[in-house]
Design a protein around this ligand. Sequence first.
Ligand SMILES: [Cu+2]
Length: 427
Amino acid sequence: MSSRRTFIESAITVAALAGASPLLGMARPRVSDRPKNLRPIPVVTPDVKDLPFTIENGVKVFQLTAEPVKRKIAPWKTIDCWGFNGSCPGPTIQVTQGDHVRIVLENHLPESTAIHWHGLEIPYAMDGMPYLSQKPISPGSRLAYEFTVHQNGTFFYHSHSPMQQMMGMLGLFILHPPRAHAPTVDHDFGIVLQEWAVLPNNTVPNTANMEWNWLTFNGAVSPMTTPLVVRLGSRVRIRFVNIGMDHHPIHLHGHTFVVTGTEAGRQPETVWGPANTVLIGVAQARDIEFVANNPGEWMLHCHMPHHNMNAMSDLLGDRMMMTAETEDKRALSQMQTLADRVGFEHVHHAPIAPGANQVPGFPQDAFMDMGMDEAVAKPENNGLPRNWSAMMMGMMTLVRVLPPDLYERVVPPAAVHSSHHHEGGAE
Ligand SMILES: [Cu+2]
């Protein structure tokens, strides 16, 4: 009984937040109207584009350019990383099992490189190992990798140079099966996990460092990550890949999922045990699937506490904040001073107690809450409550489970249509 009440209350909350009738949130989950036995839908990688391709004599041809990239990972932080085609992580490559693929790698980096196709069972000459399977690709030159894919699942590509990896040289490589796995999914998302060590007032990651102060989903820290907006009652797949230095236990609120795939492809249904946290180890991929049957704005995040934080030192600049202010009014003005440095329209901090400074341990991070809703405004954030961004940090995003009418208000039908037919996706 209590779980049913909770369900209804959260339904009302979602509807109320978006200014709709509470009754709408109680609508019965709608079964997918997609016909069965379809080709897979393309994977959507929020905040990362797909790599387009051309067809030449039956070969899918991709142009991949390794190059320095400026990536805005937070409203107040842009880093100088390395990636591909202006993107870090690199653009998502999507092909179908059985495709013959040619990927022309052009090197615009100041040093040599090569690309490894992680987990792909392809000829040795295509393995991307400098001095072993190929000569390094020198700056200004190019090399075509060509192979037929006979696997399906969530794979990735990366430079095999460790420090180039930690500069960001990796991307998703989705191998779709010719026909969608059953049960078919209505939403399919990809998330790349990365760690960075960027000193205050610096823009270049320190690839030799062993401590990380920025942790990103698809090249952005929360609240700059773009929420995964899904329709109530739909079946959702989320694919995670990790090529960093830490393992990340990714936790989803409000739902129970099953792990349907690893970095080597689809797992048999017999091992789909229920879970709400999945550990994405280094060099691993995990696919999770669930029915989005619980309306709400659900957190999806790494559960390592330090991976749910953002570095504030760039906001502080030369004025280190050694002690927190001791009354609400002064604390708010302290936060405003920080926020003014980056032009936030408003700041927020949760109330503190009188004499807070007398309490050992004060301040912790609930003092540092800083709402920055305007700085990260985008359609996918429409309808979220004011200051929603205040506790969103690090490796974190939202899964917004919305009743159909609200879903269509946040994700206009045109956007849904194009996400199912965009050029780089599965055919
Ligand atoms: Cu983590």
